[in-house]
Design a protein around this ligand. Structure first.
Ligand code: ARG
Length: 649
């Protein structure tokens, strides 16, 4: 409300009496909403076309060379033969406006340029006043945007979800990065977000692990490095289990041969039975059975593995600025929920019996969905069964309006089956509230120690590399207070930015040299841009200490920003709130990242033309206001991505 008042007052000085606002727009939060509404109003008057049609036809341009807004004449949906002619008519009929500099026609495209002075005086103070929330539109998550007392919508973002005692692979890394980003994004959009980690912590393999720990485990190692140690144990015991499996196959073959020749095979049969009864596989099966029956000793050991692993995961996630509200997992899905789901599936004739197993034939909806097993012959549940039951449990617990699964595209089929089964069970709304945000693979991810197994190893290796890069500039390096910590942050930024640079669905190469470079569109480059802006503020305050007491938002005379580079920078700042809204639609980190690189490029072209040190006091204040606004916007964008902006590097 305060922001609307300020905006109204400002617009009145420009001769606009009322804030132009089409429905569902936020002119006080988003300069582009203001300009679109303003232009739509004028166009609607001059052409007689309803502003409901005009408004969506007005698009933010991709390149500032094409102005600020553009509109294809055809988008006005008028029956006209010659669209070029129509575009020209529109431009010629466009009235004088205190906000619009010029209207240019290119073929059938009409392009609008904003007047720079009003834009600067609207945008820069708005950024400075909104500060750490500039660009975030927290009306998006409201149940009713016109009545905040009705509360916020609830969302679950399920992401990372590694498997205990197995490597944290590239798929988990990407899920962690992208999921963290989505959770931040929806948080900033006003949703009530629950961050959930759905651990792979159930199944016969945890019986195998327990048997293995008995043989190869060390209490000391477990406490020191639970994730690594359990993995080592699992690898060892799996090798034994495989050996036994091979041996059994071999024995069976030999027995068959002997029998064919009518020879005595009883010795070999005894040997085979011995393995079948006492081998790892059988022991693990029995052990897991004890777990499923809730036997306290078996469950206790497993719970310890789980708890210690979670403790360790938490530390690693903290390095990435990620915390969870709920460490759930496959083990947490209750038998009752699965039984209930089985009953519903049976009653609704969703499932059928197939040679003792229970399956769902999804081919009647789509060939691609195939047939899914939901209960094995021996009565045990599967990954899919647990997911089906988990949805209802989560709904009971959180009453979510939306749930996002951030999982690799290798599991497209699994999630499509899950959603379709929910629908078939009659849970139409619940199915519609669920969505899968998928992503491609990381190719060639390895560390110096070999193939990357654990997140910590990856982060360690990249941090070391970053530390090496930092040390190549000795003078600068000496000024960094905590070089190791900074190297860690830079390394994490390098990994994350490389991951978020392309569209999610694309595969990419894990390229250590490229991602750690300070040149090109990399994490370290973004961090450098941020640190440079911080250093500008430090220099000015060192030279003119009283600037710290000046409120730049009101005191700076922004009419002093006349250079085209400065104005281009303002135009970029103006776009951020609109980019934010667009990101909610694309759910792509690259939407934010591409914007931040544009912003930093506009910054690097400004430095030579808008110097601060050595300029007149008033000019200095105006430029400082602009750079401070740029730093804030860059900082806000980086935080949405999950990066920790550094002040020195
Ligand atoms: N733990 C699984 C894996 O590593 C990912 C879990 C994805 N989430 C789900 N609800 N199925 O493959």
């Amino acid at each position: 409300a305060k922001a609307v008042e300020t905006l109204t007052a400002k617009l009145q000085t420009l001769g606009i009496n009322e804030v132009p606002a089409e429905p569902n727009t936020y002119p006080a939060l988003n300069p582009f909403d203001l300009y679109r509404s303003h232009v739509a109003g004028l166009l609607s008057k001059s052409t007689g076309i309803d502003s409901k049609i005009v408004y969506p036809a007005l698009q933010r341009t991709v390149k500032t060379e094409h102005g600020d807004l553009q509109m294809a004449a055809a988008a006005l949906r008028q029956k006209r033969k010659d669209m070029k002619e129509f575009a020209k008519e529109i431009a010629d009929g466009f009235p004088e406006s205190p906000l619009i500099e010029k209207v240019v026609v290119m073929d059938a495209l009409v392009m609008f340029w904003f007047k720079s002075q009003p834009l600067t005086s609207l945008v820069v103070p708005a950024v400075l006043k909104s500060g750490a929330s500039y660009g975030f539109n927290n009306f998006q998550g409201l149940r009713d945007p016109s009545d905040p007392s009705k509360g916020r919508k609830k969302m679950i973002v399920e992401f990372s979800s590694p498997n205990i005692a197995k490597p944290f692979h590239a798929g988990h890394l990407r899920s962690t990065i992208i999921g963290g980003f989505l959770a931040n994004l929806y948080d900033a959009a006003g949703w009530d977000v629950t961050r959930m980690n759905y651990l792979g912590d159930w199944g016969k393999q945890y019986g195998v692990l327990a048997i293995g720990f008995d043989l190869y485990g060390s209490e000391e190692e477990l406490v020191k490095n639970p994730i690594g140690h359990l993995y080592d144990v699992y690898v060892k015991i799996s090798a034994v289990s495989k050996e036994e499996g091979d041996k059994m196959k071999d024995l069976k073959q030999k027995i068959d041969e002997l029998k064919k020749e009518d020879k005595d095979a009883s010795e070999l049969e005894k040997e085979l039975q011995q393995i079948a009864d006492n081998g790892v596989d059988e022991k693990a099966r029995q052990y897991f059975k004890r777990m499923t029956e809730g036997e306290p000793v078996a469950l206790g050991i497993w719970r310890r593995f789980r708890d210690l692993s979670i403790e360790k995961y938490k530390k690693t996630y903290a390095r990435l600025n990620i915390r969870y509200d709920d460490y759930s997992g496959e083990s947490q899905v209750k038998d009752e929920s699965m039984d209930h789901a089985a009953k519903v599936m049976e009653e609704k004739k969703v499932s059928e019996n197939s040679e003792g197993a229970i399956i769902v034939d999804l081919t009647k909806y789509s060939k691609k969905l195939g047939k899914a097993v939901v209960r094995k012959k021996d009565g045990t549940s599967l990954y899919l069964t647990r997911d089906i039951a988990a949805v209802s449990e989560r709904f009971e617990k959180y009453k979510f309006d939306k749930m996002i699964y951030v999982v690799a595209s290798q599991q497209d089929l699994h999630l499509a089956q899950l959603f379709k089964i929910l629908e078939a069970m009659g849970y139409k709304e619940l199915a519609a509230a669920c969505s899968h945000v998928n992503f491609g693979m990381v190719l060639g991810m390895s560390t110096r120690r070999g193939t990357a197994k654990f997140l910590d190893d990856i982060l360690e290796t990249v941090a070391e590399k970053m530390h090496d890069v930092m040390r190549t500039n000795q003078a600068k390096y000496e000024q960094v207070a905590e070089p190791e910590k900074t190297a860690d942050v830079l390394g994490i930024s390098a990994v994350m930015v490389q991951d978020m640079k392309g569209k999610r669905i694309n595969n990419y190469n894990f390229d250590m040299d490229r991602m750690t470079s300070f040149e090109g569109d990399t994490g370290p480059y973004l961090q450098y841009a941020h640190a440079r802006l911080c250093s500008i503020t430090r220099k000015v305050t060192a030279a003119v200490p009283e600037v710290t007491d000046i409120d730049l938002a009101t005191a700076a005379d922004l009419t002093l920003i006349t250079e085209s580079q400065g104005i281009d920078l303002v135009r970029q700042l103006a776009a951020w709130p609109d980019i934010f809204i667009n990101t909610l639609k694309t759910q792509e980190p690259t939407t934010v990242l591409t914007y931040l690189f544009k912003l930093t490029h506009a910054l690097s072209s400004s430095y030579d033309h808008l110097q601060i040190v050595g300029s007149e006091r008033e000019t200095m204040l105006a430029r400082l206001a602009l750079y401070t606004a740029a730093r804030q916007t860059l900082n806000n964008g980086m935080r949405i991505l999950g990066l920790s902006p550094v002040e020195r590097m």
